[in-house]
Design a protein around this ligand. Sequence first.
Ligand code: SF4
Length: 412
Amino acid sequence: MSHAIHDFTAKLRQPSVWPGVLDYVKWRRGVEAARAAGHPAPDAPPIAPVSINLDLTTACNYRCDHCIDWDILNTANKHDEEKLKSALAVMRDRGLKSVILIGGGEPTVYPGFSPMVRYIKSLGLQVSVVSNGSGNKKILEIADVLDERDWVRLSLDSGTNDTFVRMHKPVDKKLTLESICEWVPQVKAKNPRFKFGFSFIITWKGAERHDEDGSDVKIVENLHEIVQATRLAKDHKFDYISLKPFLVRSETGSEVMDPEKAEAHLATIVQRIRASIDEAKKHATETFKVLESTNLRMLEKGNWRDFTNQPKTCHMQAFRQVLTPTGLYNCPAYRGVDRARIAGKEAYADASAGDATNKNLAGILDRFDAHHECAAVTCLYNDVNWWLEGLVKGEAALDADTSGEERLDYFL
Ligand code: SF4
């Protein structure tokens, strides 16, 4: 299942997405040809990303040590709700197909969370929510509007309440891991059609997060609770648990894997993770899956550095963007990072703002040297970026026959 989720090339080759890919590739071929001939580059076509990460708010009611967005949380920046709704409609008309409410703040803390989810669904878009679990009452409120292509995932990262509280430090002291999980059967009873996941970021002794002031914050270890968390998830009717390794923000602002920051030798940590996952997998059934992230398999195989060799141009900047209350960014790995900013938060608020954003996209495609900038990032989009690079640089005729199988999965 996680292989298919991360097969971004197959997602872009779907017949419903492929015409937008063709527009992009033809435009970029035109840019290269014009430059080679010494002519001005053609303007970008009116495009929008296929998928966005939408940060509704920067507010968060947890204080997680392992949070990669620590430096951009709880600021005064806000969306103008009417402009945000207009932007979603403009993007939908230009090719947007999915919205992931995630990161940079807790989505359910946004006061208009439930009406916004209903609005996104009314536009015919797929929607997913990544939440810290504190707002499950609102998940119950929106459950009826979600369908089999949508999903909700809770970032819980623990098998005991003690570890949950030490890792996440919820502001509401009455909140417990059990009380969060107890909402899930209620939500499933209301609407069993969409998938409900338990996310577990695996941390180990010695892992650290670099703080803005230059200090290193020690991360609470949870590796020993993988099996307990799996049992908890299964008992509370989650559809799956997904297991992924801890990432840190590098000094250049990107999200990277830094397994060398571990007190035990990396091989020992990987062995401990493998033993726990093998044990956890014994609890898997037809209706409850134990999923390992692509990053985790890379860590285990020791080939994660292969995914750090990016082409100079990151083409995925055109297909998946991050819209936040501080602006529009080129990649989830660079939320809040100035040089990765494509436009302000009103980037697509109307058609002319969309046109201006397309011009800025042309600028960042030239300016942002992913080969250099992302040289430390284990990029999940590495394969799809090289495939797009091949299409842009290739001579082959582009025709509709090269589209692939329709999966109706638009999350990038
Ligand atoms: S190369 Fe990967 S990490 Fe870098 S901007 Fe593109 S998608 Fe993000």
